[in-house]
Design a protein around this ligand. Structure first.
Ligand code: ACO
Length: 324
């Protein structure tokens, strides 16, 4: 099979919407100051969604998957590969992908998680594309699903305001026409410490800190450079240029990083898909959620060229260039 191609997209956000002003009140109760103006100016975030207790990544993934399957005109029984990108799995094991598979009411096909934090969806899509082109699958469900609210330290105003919960999914199918044009993945484990949840489960207890820690400025500086390089790499592989990009859909972490990337690629601001304002940073879910929002609003049209980019903990980063 020469190509894989996205045939449907879906997204799902839990209903509980937390505005910046809600955060002002929540943090004030802990004696911590923040403001809507600070959060909007430094990040572009106005609101995020948090899942209720007991709602897990697989639940969000299930809703997003159903919507993607419906958009693709497929049923769960057609799926022969399930990959879930998540850093907030339901359990230590088994994988969230196997739990999702059971919730979809199917069995037998391979299902596994990919862990690359905020680059997770770009990693998962790259793996699914390779498996389809190798003939190991024909109809893959590729999902990013997170409940990052579970990892937040609500005594740390520099991180707790940034993240949200949600899931996005695509159906990726074998195709004679493009499709995914080029992919590029990278990691540099020397930077593991600048963005991590250091804790783990051991001896019947949580050992180490089970909350997110981030050196925001270090992440910021690394992110802008690597995103530009990954974009140029996929364009070169596909024999395309910056001018061919109809839509840039980067990981939705911070509007300043996203605008910086768009500027470096000389893209007009209206070519940048932005959902960080309403979703916050949903880690591996952010790219498929933004893609789905852009498809459903009629912005991304069939045949248009889309650049997806991820960057996050690890440090990991990557890009996927595709004709939608
Ligand atoms: N409300 C009010 N003030 C705050 C808040 C807040 N929520 N958070 C921090 N401040 C204060 C700081 O304490 C500091 O005060 P001080 O000057 O008195 O010490 C001041 O604001 C400036 O803080 P900085 O950290 O220098 O602010 P900066 O402009 O760097 O913005 C931010 C911080 C938003 C975290 C930025 O560094 C950033 O976005 N970095 C990238 C982070 C990111 O994108 N991470 C995710 C990517 S990977 C992934 O998604 C997992």
């Amino acid at each position: 099979v020469p190509y894989s191609r996205i045939t449907g997209t879906g997204g799902f956000l839990p209903s509980r919407r937390i505005t910046n002003d809600d955060f002002v009140h929540m943090l004030a109760a802990r004696g911590i100051e923040t403001s809507d103006a600070w959060i909007v100016e430094r990040t572009g975030i106005r609101a995020r969604h948090f899942a209720d207790d007991g709602v897990n990544s697989s639940d969000l993934a299930l809703e997003a998957s159903r919507r993607a399957l419906e958009a693709a005109g497929r049923s769960a029984a057609d799926v022969d590969l399930i990959i879930v990108a998540t850093s907030t799995p339901d359990m230590v094991f088994p994988s969230t992908a196997t739990i999702l598979q059971a919730k979809l009411g199917v069995h037998g096909c391979p299902a596994f998680d990919v862990q690359a934090v905020c680059s997770g969806f770009v990693y998962a899509l790259t793996v699914a594309d390779a498996m389809i082109r190798a003939g190991s699958a024909r109809c893959a469900l590729v999902v990013g699903a997170e409940v990052f609210s579970r990892l937040l330290d609500f005594n740390d105003r520099t991180t707790c305001v940034l993240f949200g919960d949600g899931a996005g999914a695509v159906v990726l199918e074998a195709s004679d026409v493009p499709g995914i044009l080029a992919t590029e993945l990278h990691a540099d484990g020397r930077h593991a410490g600048i963005l991590c949840v250091p804790g783990t489960v051991s001896g019947g207890q949580v050992s180490g800190l089970p909350l997110l820690r981030m050196d925001g400025q270090a992440v910021f500086k690394l992110a802008v450079g690597v995103l530009e390089n990954a974009a140029r790499a996929v364009l070169a592989k596909a024999g395309r240029s910056e001018a061919d990009i109809d839509w840039l859909i980067p990981h939705q972490a911070n509007i300043r990083i996203m605008n910086g990337t768009a500027r470096k690629l000389k893209l007009a601001p209206e070519r940048l898909v932005v959902t960080v304002d309403e979703h916050g940073n949903t880690s591996a879910a952010s790219v498929p959620l933004a893609l789905d929002a852009a498809v459903r609003s009629g912005r991304v049209q069939r045949g248009e060229t889309v650049l997806l980019e991820g960057v996050g903990g690890g440090f990991t980063w990557g890009a996927v260039l595709l004709d939608f």
